[in-house]
Design a protein around this ligand. Structure first.
Ligand code: SAM
Length: 220
């Protein structure tokens, strides 16, 4: 019952606040046709990522977890002129779908999809001297603690950090969970508790993607 209400409310605000964006809709259709799991951010959440990125006047965005490029395209729309989005994806076929969507959206020059385990591609970014104004963590949650360490190394001063799926239907408070993703999230939150370089908060969300949430923070 709640789910259909949340979905209807999402649809109400989508109709009012999201301009009918053919490219973004096409991206979701392509992802579904290619058999990708429907675990992209919800449209209203994509717009939130876009707005936050604009508020920062971000030039460089790092995304960990590309899937079909839906959130990457929202970031690409938001970066400053000559801005760049680097998105990391382990699954070759997800990356191929993403590259096609990104090209169709006209962002081939803006978004670079790097294929490989993010734990292997992140060091190459550091070696290349890359640094970022917005970092979005949205891949395998068991590795969130390592992604947080990398985020600290790659963040520009004042960078915005966003992590998705930090609530998972409330499972995050199950300290005995045997799900390694939940344990990864809990470890990630423990790190935030003790990390003086980050000021952060958590926001619970409901909607077409059920009950979940974001951590949002600023790296000093
Ligand atoms: N950010 C995307 C969006 O909103 O459109 C959704 C990303 S989806 C939740 C997570 C993605 O992370 C999947 O495509 C998965 O293949 C990828 N992934 C999982 N483990 C990874 C790893 N170790 N390195 C890089 N990507 C990984």
């Amino acid at each position: 019952k709640n789910h259909s209400l949340w979905k209807n409310v999402d649809e109400y605000f989508e109709a009012k606040l999201l301009p009918d964006d053919k490219i973004l809709n096409q991206t979701l259709d392509n992802n579904q046709a290619a058999g990708l799991p429907q675990i992209d951010v919800a449209p209203l959440q994509g717009k939130l990522l876009y707005l936050l990125t604009k508020m920062k006047s971000a030039r460089q965005v790092l995304e960990i977890g590309t899937l079909g490029g839906y959130s990457s395209i929202w970031f690409a729309k938001a970066v400053t002129q000559n801005g760049k989005v680097i998105s990391l994806e382990a699954n070759q076929s997800h990356a191929e779908v993403a590259r096609q969507n990104i090209e169709n959206a006209g962002f081939k020059q803006t978004v670079q999809v790097l294929v490989g385990n993010a734990l292997d591609t992140l060091p190459t970014l550091e070696n290349a001297g890359e640094s970022f104004d917005v970092i979005f963590i949205d891949a395998d949650k068991q590795n969130n603690p390592k992604y947080l360490e990398w985020a600290l190394r790659l963040a520009n001063e004042g960078a915005l950090l966003i992590a998705d799926n930090v609530v998972r239907n409330g499972e995050v408070i199950d300290q005995k969970s045997e799900d390694e993703r939940i344990q990864g999230l809990r470890e990630f939150v423990n790190m935030l508790e003790n990390e003086e370089r980050i000021e952060s908060t958590a926001i619970q969300t409901v909607g077409s993607k059920d009950y979940d949430g974001f951590v949002i923070g600023i790296v000093k």
